[in-house]
Ligand binder design. Structure first.
Ligand SMILES: Cc1cc2nc3c(=O)[nH]c(=O)nc-3n(C[C@H](O)[C@H](O)[C@H](O)COP(=O)(O)OP(=O)(O)OC[C@H]3O[C@@H](n4cnc5c(N)ncnc54)[C@H](O)[C@@H]3O)c2cc1C
Length: 392
């Protein structure tokens, strides 16, 4: 799909709620995606390959750590700008957005929040410039929705830590330069460690045969007696709350990113429905197709307002974990429904790579599962409103 005809849709004039800076960031990212991502993404997804040459361009548009202060190499933007960037990048492809989310929210965010001054100065500027690419290791083969049960652990050996265990389903793993790894100490307390490629005993085998997020590189992190220098432990926070706070930041970005996918599917379906003639009329003239399109734009509009309000709360440091869960869950499900309806509007053409819908739809099957599954986010809302956690 090299000819990107995408036009955005703003049914409730949400743009009027944005600042000039937000619109500038959004439009710059949109133009970059049209120029750099759309022309190549289908081929990379078909080949199941991450377009590594985009690394530099993503850094240049400020997509790595947009909310990190400029003194550490970030763009110093607010959370609405971050959200809009994720929206535009995911409009291109969820896999590319995943790379940015991991780098920004799951690698730069914990180093910025919980790292020492030396760690911030050593890693953040190089992550922002794209010189280093990061991964975030929380999920394990036997601990997905229940990461607190993790068995990856480290021992204090006096002058270093000895790390053992493995992580699974890790975005960027095969291509990462560093990984934030969550592991238990001898007392069973969870800490974050910065593990660098090249440390002996550290390997990152690739996960093959994915039908989803094919343009994103996924793999394992395996630790076989890895000697981690003591200065690589994140000193600022320990316990499960530390990785979960990073997930809040990433889930927030996903709530926006999903809108990008939905907009792309809706826009494609609307244009197609106006042009495709059946029974001597454009199919857009039939009530059944109008119902699909009308419901799509209604749901997209609701999601835009939800994301904007959440962004405002996050800028004020008032967005709760449960509010973020609600937006991630709602917006991803909304995007998946929009993608499914859009695919039907395109009939047989909807299953081809000539249009982005099928790729988006398959990508969303990962997005609805990672960063907390659809079910888990519902349980987070349930626990929040009743005060009774129903996880076990
Ligand atoms: C492409 C991709 C990229 C990923 N990237 C990363 C990454 O970079 N870093 C990382 O750490 N992880 C990553 N993940 C892992 C992801 O976060 C997990 O897959 C997710 O948390 C779910 O864990 P699981 O797959 O083990 O499923 P499980 O936890 O086994 O869940 C299976 C099913 O059981 C349900 N379930 C589980 N517990 C409950 C309960 N208490 N009540 C009701 N239902 C329940 C779930 O909702 C789900 O439907 C990635 C996953 C994918 C697919």
């Amino acid at each position: 799909m090299s000819n990107d005809l995408f036009q955005s849709h703003d049914y409730y004039l949400v743009d009027e709620l944005l600042s000039e800076e937000h619109i500038l960031v959004r439009n710059t990212t949109r133009e970059w995606v049209k120029r750099e991502v759309t022309p190549i993404i289908e081929e990379y997804a078909q080949r199941a390959e991450f377009p590594a040459h985009l690394r530099k361009g993503l850094a240049e548009i400020g997509a790595y750590g947009p909310f990190i202060p400029q003194e550490y190499g970030g763009a110093g933007l607010d959370y609405i700008s971050y959200g809009l960037m994720m929206q535009e990048i995911e409009r291109g492809d969820s896999g590319i957005r995943s790379t940015c989310s991991v780098q920004s929210s799951l690698v730069m965010f914990p180093i910025y929040k919980y790292g020492s001054e030396e760690q911030k100065r050593k890693y953040l500027p190089r992550l922002a410039s794209g010189e280093l690419l990061g991964a975030f290791g929380l999920t394990e083969p036997n601990y997905g929705s229940n990461p607190g049960g993790m068995v990856t652990h480290f021992k204090d050996m006096g002058d270093h830590y000895l790390l053992n265990g493995s992580k699974m389903w890790i975005s960027n793993a095969p291509i990462c330069d560093i990984a934030i790894v969550w592991a238990k100490n001898e007392e069973g307390r969870i800490h974050g460690l910065i593990v660098e490629r090249g440390m002996e005993g550290f390997s990152t085998p690739e996960t093959k045969n994915k039908w989803s997020l094919r343009a994103s590189s996924t793999g394992e992190l395996v630790f076989d007696n890895v000697r981690v220098p003591k200065e690589n432990l994140l000193p600022g926070r320990s316990g499960l709350g530390a990785p979960l706070s990073c997930l809040d930041s990433a889930r927030y970005g996903i709530a926006w990113g999903a809108i990008g996918v939905a907009l792309d599917c809706y826009d494609t379906a609307l244009r197609y429905a106006k042009q495709r003639i059946q029974f001597d009329k454009p199919i857009a003239a039939f009530q059944l197709q109008q119902k699909k399109l009308a419901e799509m734009i209604t749901e997209i509009t609701k999601a835009q307002l939800l994301a904007w309000r959440l962004g405002t709360l996050r800028n004020e440091d008032r967005a709760t974990t449960a509010q973020i869960s609600m937006a991630k869950r709602n917006n991803v499900e909304m995007a998946l429904r929009v993608a499914r309806e859009a695919r039907q509007i395109l009939g047989g053409m909807g299953i081809t790579g000539d249009y982005p819908i099928m790729r988006h739809m398959m990508n969303l099957e990962s997005v609805i599962t990672y960063e907390g599954t659809h079910d888990i986010h519902l349980l987070i809302t349930g626990a929040d409103i009743t005060g009774i956690p129903a996880f076990k």
